[in-house]
Design a protein. Structure first.
Length: 191
């Protein structure tokens, strides 16, 4: 079965609203969405070119395009029940992990968007969506929206908070200590 992938436009919009467009951000998007490598690279170059120019006045057309893109992005976030995980209690998260037969840290990794969506077998994604009482496409859309970095208070302003790059579903299972035979079942895409 085919894995769900967000549209090129959705990926480019998500990349465009990232707080920083440094090389590690581009590399993360290229790992997650290699099918859009040319478009992502072009957008990255355009964004860095615009950032390097001195004070640039946006035209009314540019502002309208930005407003339209932001509105679409905001609607996608609202429409994808982005707070779905936040509404779940610890007991509910534990129950979902039990239903999926995975350690709770796997559910947490999905909640924190630390898994590369394209690496998740459609069958597992469908089971996860069912456990959350949402459709598979809706769940995949929700997971495709990057999580907002949490603001961490620090007394040292020079320290940067780091967000771990997403990893493949299989690597997550390995890191969680899931035995090989169980990993094979979870990675299977057939019924």
């Amino acid at each position: 079965m085919k894995r769900i992938a967000p549209s090129c436009e959705d990926v480019l919009n998500a990349f465009a609203v990232e707080p920083a467009h440094e090389s590690h951000t581009l590399e993360r998007y290229l790992r997650e969405y290699p099918q859009y490598a040319v478009e992502l690279t072009d957008l990255s170059h355009e964004l860095s070119r615009l950032a390097s120019q001195e004070k640039v006045e946006l035209s009314a057309r540019d502002r309208e395009a930005i407003d339209a893109a932001w509105k679409k992005h905001s609607e996608t976030i609202r429409g994808s029940k982005i707070e779905l995980f936040a509404a779940l209690s610890v007991d509910q998260l534990r129950e979902i992990a039990n239903r999926l037969d995975v350690p709770r840290q796997i559910v947490t990794a999905f909640r924190e968007r630390k898994v590369i969506l394209s690496s998740v077998p459609r069958r597992f994604l469908a089971r996860f969506a069912a456990a959350l009482n949402v459709g598979v496409d809706e769940f995949a859309t929700m997971l495709a929206v990057p999580q907002e970095p949490r603001r961490i208070r620090s007394h040292n302003a020079n320290l940067k908070s780091s967000i771990a790059s997403p990893v493949t579903f299989e690597k997550l299972l390995i890191e969680a200590g899931v035995p090989e035979d169980k990993r094979a079942r979870l990675m299977a895409n057939d019924d």
